[in-house]
Design a binder for this molecule. Structure first.
Ligand SMILES: [Fe+2]
Length: 312
């Protein structure tokens, strides 16, 4: 019975006492479902993410994988040409245009100065490989050197080696005619000790065989006389490189990483930096280098690729 006297309110009825318990029984299945859904979704996301991170079983272009530390190319005589493309991960259309332009020329091979992907994750690497599958001329050798964007990807502190999976060794030498091209791994912006030792050996072999040398490195050496000091190798690596190559016939260095195309001199050696930039085709031309070799002579030219005229 409910009291009508406000001074003596009735005790709560069974109905009121039981209401919160009834509410808990209603909410509980909803909460259970929501938590269950979240757990399943999180597990699914983790499994998907994990499977995406796994290095794929194969590669669509196994010939691009460098397996040996020295490769011999048949240059069919003393004269040949090759192209050096650089640091172009941020500009898809000009990147393709540059590759098409270079391949339309009489070249023996292509070189890439690194940063072929924006992020070294599975999706970006797969996209780059698909791009090569559809745009690279069959049987045209294409030599890469790793850039920081190509290798610098960690998940929970683990580094995934997509570069090595798709392209193989990160430092190696290529011999063609009177020349030895030495590709260095400066993806971490320096030169490791093991690589320094190896470079000394490869330079010694080149000297014995009477070959001239071209160095190819993503990160350019730090200048000592008016050239770049930012976005270059550290001072210690640059000094070490200078010491190692001293006394050897290094005719040119090609590099990327600094997002512009320019040349400077380092210890008497011309350094050709090749990169696309955010200004490429806005309105700057896309640029790369074509190199002509005849005997022991070397000529480097900058090739410009303009943005195609718009139809509208
Ligand atoms: Fe870079």
């Amino acid at each position: 019975m409910v009291s009508a006297d406000p001074r003596h309110p009735s005790p709560p009825s069974d109905h009121h006492v039981g209401q919160p318990q009834k509410s808990t029984r209603c909410v509980s299945p909803v909460l259970t479902f929501a938590v269950g859904f979240l757990v399943v979704a999180a597990a699914g996301a983790f499994l998907y993410w994990n499977s995406e991170l796994r290095v794929p079983a194969g590669t669509p272009l196994p010939d691009l994988r460098i397996r040996d530390d020295a490769i011999g190319l048949d240059s069919s005589g003393e004269a040949f040409s090759f192209a050096v493309l650089g640091d172009n991960c941020m500009c898809e259309a000009p990147r393709l245009a540059v590759m098409e332009d270079a391949q339309a020329r009489e070249i023996l091979f292509l070189c890439n100065m690194g940063d072929v992907v924006r992020f070294a994750n599975p999706a970006h690497w797969k996209r780059y490989m698909r791009e090569l599958q559809s745009h690279l001329k069959p049987n045209l050798p294409y030599f890469h050197t790793p850039g920081n964007h190509d290798v610098d990807h960690q998940v929970f502190g683990k580094q995934y080696k997509f570069y090595e999976h798709y392209l193989g060794r990160t430092w190696y030498a290529v011999d063609a005619g009177e020349w030895r091209l030495v590709f260095l791994d400066t993806g971490k912006l320096g030169l490791s000790q093991i690589q320094r030792n190896w470079l000394g050996e490869k330079l010694g072999e080149a000297k014995q065989q009477g070959k001239r040398v071209i160095l190819l490195t993503h990160t350019p050496p730090r200048s000592t006389d008016g050239g770049p000091v930012d976005h270059t190798m550290g001072s210690e690596s640059s000094r070490a490189l200078a010491e190692i190559i001293s006394g050897y016939d290094v005719a040119a260095i090609f590099a990327g990483h600094i997002h512009k195309v320019f040349t400077y001199e380092w210890h008497g050696i011309p350094v050709y930096v090749s990169s696309l930039s955010k200004q490429t085709w806005k309105p700057d031309p896309a640029e790369y280098y074509q190199v002509w070799v005849e005997g022991k002579e070397l000529e480097v030219k900058t090739i410009q690729v303009m943005r195609p005229a718009m139809n509208d």
